[in-house]
Structure formats: C-alpha cells, structure tokens
Design a protein around this ligand. Sequence first.
Ligand SMILES: [Zn+2]
Length: 93
Amino acid sequence: MAVPFRRTSKTKKRMRRTHLVKTARTVLSCPNCGEPIQAHRACTKCGFYKGKNVLNKEDETPVVKEEKEVKEAKKTTAKKASTKKTTAAKETK
Ligand SMILES: [Zn+2]
C-alpha cells in the first residue's frame, strides 16, 4: 500500500474541501397548484410536469382540459366568423 510521504497540512486540506460545499436547491412554485417544487421535477402535490399530469395523481388534468376548451372555443369562433363573413358577403351581393 502506498503511504503518503508527508501529512497533508490544515491549509491544503481546507483548500481541497472548499469545493465540497453544498448549494441550496432552487425552489420554484408549481404553475398548476402553486406548491413549492424543485426545478426540473414533477410536482409532489398534483403530479404535474410541463403542464401534464405525469404521476397520474387523483386530480384530473384541469390544464389539459382548459387547453381543449380553448381550442374548441377557437374552432367555434372561427366557424362563427367564417359564417358571418359568408353571410356578409351574401348581403353585399
Ligand atoms: Zn402542483
């Protein structure tokens, strides 16, 4: 077994250990429920990550539902607008 020739000085030891400092974790608030969460991790309360329920917790997926509703609303508004345009075009003729 190799044996060190000299004992490591206090200074050398402390200089080496300056890199072993633990840093505080970044805490964000969940965009779905507002609970404090770690960055790049699914919410432990509602199981959401990037707007999706990835842990399949009991809560349903209100964000996804809202997105669907918004898309449907856009479709309906687009249809209405197109029908209005067609009716307006007919009226002008
Ligand atoms: Zn959450």
